[in-house]
Design a protein around this ligand. Structure first.
Ligand SMILES: Nc1ncnc2c1ncn2[C@@H]1O[C@H](COP(=O)(O)OP(=O)(O)OP(=O)(O)O)[C@@H](O)[C@H]1O
Ligand SMILES: [Mg+2]
Length: 484
């Protein structure tokens, strides 16, 4: 376990958490950009095909549209879309382009024409001309406006379907000059998406460009499962590390506590052994057989110390094996308040020695439980003994007993050093003693008292809770089922 103590373990864990978190972020970021690109392509394609359909309808609206099936085949084909976009977007110095559609009775001809001048001239772009439409210029203008309205409606409908909820803006460009004719794009807007410019009506004149303030919410929405799984993974990794650390810490504390217990006990055992050895050595050395009075005195001391040693060994063996809690309880009707009074009285000497006082708040009602008097007395003794031991001189303890039809609640509140929250579970474990910075043998103990207390209370179907923080005393609250 030594390796665990090293700070490197924590550093390693923090590093691996940071690394896995960082990798997740990089991965999500890449995914975000890929999804954003894909979405923008989808929108571009959608606007393009909407413009294409619009254009097809504008041709078929002419009086003499020729063979509609063939027109449809040409104008709705992906090749036409590519051709048209290439034509529209072709940019070169000295290049002029013209396109025209001529509608005859028995045929429709489409021509695209590029001319390259040798001399430097301003690039010219002429709008596509549709000849022989059978419509007056005014009718064509109305048809163009209608086309634009339909184009906008279709684009809006389609984008809402994709999930884009932000407002839609557009720029309308003059085909020939490529200047903005109309625009509803706010000046300060930094758009997330700007489409290419599309002819939406073959006859004229203008090109449509879609402007979107943001597409990110749709990208996030599409990535929701990846996001959730990433978060879950990070959360699971953190939780796993947390529990592993907690477990290791617990094991470390348990191992330390066991080692402390052994050294404490060795220390405790050594005193009677040394006393007896000294007594026997003196008997031998000073030939005390001739001095029966002193001999008797030394033998009494030795016997007393051996008895104490025997009792200590017995207690340790029993408790450390958990035997004590395996014995069946000898249940009888037990008056909790008089039991508490008796324990307090029997500890008067101890209380006086350490200048401690106990205030007992008894309930007006008699409080009875079904319990084993020996164990219940031991429980009270242990809790009061701890308060005296750990509070030092000047303990002012409050013991309060309350009862109702179901429960008897006893609280043992002291004004000692208190117990840090991180140890609230540990103190009930076998051998556990709160680590101190100073000499841990300062206050003697085996770390078995509270373990015994908890085991016994649970055997009586009760509970024990602790309310305490460092520096503000400890309050142990026991609840036992009341005897009905
Ligand atoms: N009233 C208290 N105030 C402050 N710390 C306490 C109090 N009661 C218990 N503790 C802490 O909890 C630890 C465990 O107590 P527990 O009674 O189990 O063992 P112990 O008193 O060390 O030994 P034992 O009771 O077996 O002689 C103690 O070592 C002490 O650090
Ligand atoms: Mg104790």
């Amino acid at each position: 376990m030594k390796w665990f103590k090293s700070k490197y373990t924590y550093v390693l864990i923090v590093l691996s958490l940071l690394l896995s978190g960082g990798l997740q972020i990089v991965w999500l970021q890449q995914l975000f950009f890929a999804q954003q690109k894909q979405l923008k392509e989808e929108i571009e394609h959608f606007v393009s095909s909407t413009a294409q359909t619009n254009m097809y309808y504008s041709i078929t609206s002419f009086e003499n549209p020729g063979n509609v099936r063939q027109i449809k085949q040409l104008f709705l084909s992906p090749q036409w879309e590519q051709l048209r976009r290439a034509f529209d977007n072709m940019k070169m110095d000295n290049l002029s382009s013209t396109a025209s559609i001529t509608i005859e009775d028995d045929s429709t001809s489409v021509s695209m024409h590029f001319s390259m001048k040798d001399n430097v001239v301003k690039r010219k772009r002429r709008r596509p001309v549709v000849k022989n439409t059978g419509k007056t210029p005014e009718e064509l203008r109305i048809s163009d406006s209608l086309s634009l309205v339909i184009m906008k409606q279709k684009v809006e409908k389609g984008l809402r379907k994709i999930g884009i909820t932000s407002p839609l803006y557009d720029n309308i460009y003059v085909y020939d000059s490529n200047e903005v004719f109309k625009s509803n794009v706010p000046k300060q807007l930094r758009p997330d998406f700007v489409s290419s410019k599309y002819l939406y009506n073959i006859q004229n004149i203008y090109r449509y460009q879609l402007v979107l303030p943001s597409v990110d919410n749709v990208v996030w929405y599409r990535m929701r499962y990846y996001l959730a799984s990433s978060l879950l993974m990070i959360l699971l990794t953190c939780t796993a590390f947390y529990y592993i650390l907690r477990l290791l810490r617990k094991q470390q504390l348990y191992a330390d506590a066991k080692a402390d217990f052994t050294s404490n006990m060795t220390h405790e055992f050594k005193t009677p052994i040394a006393t007896v050895s000294l007594a026997l050595e003196s008997i031998k050395k000073y030939n005390l057989i001739n001095n029966p009075e002193t001999l008797q005195n030394y033998l009494d001391i030795s016997q007393h110390e051996l008895k104490r040693l025997d009792l200590m060994v017995e207690k340790v063996l029993n408790i450390s094996k958990g035997n004590e809690t395996e014995q069946p309880l000898k249940l009888e009707l037990y008056d909790v308040q008089s039991g508490l009074q008796q324990v307090i009285s029997s500890m008067q000497l101890q209380l006086m020695n350490s200048h401690a006082s106990i205030q007992f708040d008894a309930s007006e009602e008699p409080c009875f439980v079904f319990g084993d008097p020996v164990h219940l007395t031991n429980i009270f003794y242990n809790l009061i003994d701890n308060a005296i031991k750990y509070s030092g001189n000047g303990l002012a303890m409050e013991i309060c007993c309350k009862c109702n039809a179901d429960h008897v609640t006893i609280s043992f509140k002291d004004n000692g050093p208190g117990i840090d929250k991180i140890y609230h579970d540990n103190i009930f474990e076998r051998f556990f003693r709160i680590p101190t910075t100073g000499d841990i043998h300062d206050i003697k103990g085996s770390g078995l008292g509270l373990h015994y207390v908890k085991q016994m209370i649970e055997k009586h179907s009760g509970t024990i809770k602790i309310k305490s923080e460092t520096g503000s005393g400890a309050n142990f609250i026991i609840t036992l089922p009341a005897a009905s």
